[in-house]
Design a binder for this molecule. Sequence first.
Ligand code: NAP
Length: 365
Amino acid sequence: MKKKIAIGILGATGVVGQNYLRLLADHPWFDIVDLAASSRSAGKTYEEAVGERWLMDSSMSDDYKNLVVRDVTDYAAIPADVKIFFSATELGDKQATRDFEFAYADQGYPIVSNSSANRWTPDVPMVIPEINGDHLEILHSQQRNRNFPDSGFVAVKPNCSVQSYLVAIHALNQAGYPVEEILVNTLQALSGAGYKGLTELERRTTVNPLIPGEEEKTENEPSKILGLLEDDKIIPDYSMDVSALCTRVPVIDGHTALVYLNFANEVPSLDEIVKIWSEFTALPQELKLPSAPQPPIEFKVDPDRPQVGLDVDNGKGMAVSIGRLAEDKFFDIRFVALSHNTVRGAAGGAILTAELLVEKGYIKG
Ligand code: NAP
């Protein structure tokens, strides 16, 4: 059997970090050897550092309980065998986070990040592997621009709200029905706000109509993800306009998106749309990457689906579930889409990106 690739998790004690531990417990390629968090956790065993904050349904694996947590900025203590870092942390402000992620790359580490800090850095790819795996090619120019060793780079994944609907839009674009306008209202889970989101009890009895910064991310990130890679640059695609209203609802995991859209040209029939989504497949599925959902889009015919309670774990939390497709009075069509925010929208999405990086030879085991 091939030796697994040693990986480290930055921000391992938080909600996304804990999901990495859960999802990677039996991963066929990756093996966790390093857990890092803030100076508050550094020096403690992982079990001590997390304490009462373990939020997963499954119990903490014995393999990690006694690993001593490293301070994320203690570069000297990085175990020698680590080949990839997943980052689920922010350091103070955005610039500090950008610098910290590039500091890892500068030392020769590939880092796949959940933070928003580097999403608009021009030479950093923001990847949903089913849509824009080709953007990873920009990593070569990132390494040249920044004099990184050829093993070091930063790749990021987009905001969790975007994953609920963008794969479905991409499938329609690919099928020859370009989408021109989208109105999206999101109903986002408490776990999207991290540890505090899940533990501050007053959040469980209300709908909060404000998630600071979320609407801007939901509206703007699609243009980079759908952009064209040309001459070492990602040229954003502004042909589709998005208007977003994002809310936080008392649901533990799972972001629901209520989507209304207009096509640029011909409007496909509802049957044709269902066929496009049901048959959609992409690079991760073709490469049979371990975390690739088969199929990536699950269309639900029952009129009361998708529902968080029934569908959030479809495709082991990596599939997008869609239903309630209908013609609309003001738009061409409308539908409801659901994805698991801490899996597809965070840890699982980053793991899938890392699998693609390994498969394409950017990361050597
Ligand atoms: P969280 O539960 O609050 O966890 C934050 C993690 O970062 C903890 O491990 C914490 O370590 C560490 N940390 C905090 N301040 C730090 C500092 N100054 N220096 C070093 N480490 C520090 O947050 P989360 O939900 O896991 O989110 C983590 C990242 O993923 C954020 O960038 C978030 O925007 C992004 N993200 C989250 C989701 C989601 O659904 N939750 C989805 C997509 C992206 P200590 O325990 O030691 O304090």
